[in-house]
Design a binder for this molecule. Structure first.
Ligand code: SF4
Length: 253
């Protein structure tokens, strides 16, 4: 097949995917979050959907909904090697508590670590490159097995997310943003109602939690995500950016 024919086929597939996302949005966007998760996990995508979870401060909500829908739903956790120990223990606690049966930890390729970041300090020099090989590459590899993934992103989290739909297309997959229309108050209420444990660092001022090396406490009244890559012009790790937006990072992965 010629390069032109391959490009046309990819373009057709992409158009089909966008049409499917629009149709799903039209049909299901008025459902409550639990119903949307249950339908997605058991009917719409079945075993072809996964939940990508950071096991951060708000993660227990979607993990709880997925567990109620189907405990065999695959859950992917990107273990960058730079997480807080508290996050890893919280992950284990939630997995046991919720009875999740299909949780995988994704790690960066050993060869990439030795080639790109042998001293483990790339985050001090090029955070986009570090996120690219520690997060984006392992996740993209794992997502090849799926048609869709759940995310816990919400419109109220930052400006880039405020127009987010519940079904969207990114990098050849459908993202199901089940909590897109939720607020932080709804998240708090859900934690209380279902007696879910909080991430242990939340009480210490960490309101949005990623890698230990790139997460800071936030002051009262600050944007909850202000502690992520503080003082840098970076607001997303890259897993929620389109391929075309995440380039020129200065490394070859
Ligand atoms: S958040 Fe920081 S340490 Fe973690 S992968 Fe990105 S740059 Fe590297």
């Amino acid at each position: 097949m010629t390069a032109l024919a391959i490009n046309e086929t990819e373009s057709d597939l992409n158009q089909d995917l966008h049409a499917r996302a629009r149709s799903l949005e039209h049909k299901y966007s008025n459902l409550g979050a639990q119903e949307l998760v249950s339908r997605s996990a058991n009917e719409i995508f079945g075993e072809r959907i996964t939940l990508v979870s950071s096991f951060g401060t708000g993660s227990a909500v979607l993990l709880h909904m997925v567990a109620r829908a189907n405990k065999r739903t695959p859950v992917l956790f990107v273990d960058t090697g730079k997480h807080f120990g508290e996050t890893l223990r919280y992950r284990n606690q939630l997995v046991d508590l919720l009875g999740l049966e299909n949780v995988s930890s994704l790690r960066p390729q050993v060869d990439d670590v030795s080639r790109l970041d042998p001293q483990g300090i790339l985050f001090t020099q090029n955070t986009d490159a570090c996120c690219a090989f520690r997060k984006v590459a392992p996740l993209n590899l794992a997502l090849q097995e799926f048609d869709a993934w759940f995310t816990g992103r919400r419109r109220d989290q930052n400006d880039q997310r405020e127009t987010m739909t519940r079904f969207e297309v990114a990098n050849g997959k459908i993202k199901v943003n089940a909590l897109a229309n939720w607020t932080s108050e709804m998240v708090e209420n859900y934690f209380s109602e279902h007696k879910l444990p909080k991430h242990p660092l939340e009480a210490d001022g960490f309101l949005s939690i990623g890698c230990m090396t790139c997460t800071d406490r936030v002051a009262a009244g600050e944007d909850p995500r202000a502690g992520r890559w503080r003082d840098q012009n970076k607001t997303e790790c890259g897993i929620h950016l389109a391929d075309t937006e995440f380039k020129n990072i200065g490394i070859d992965i």
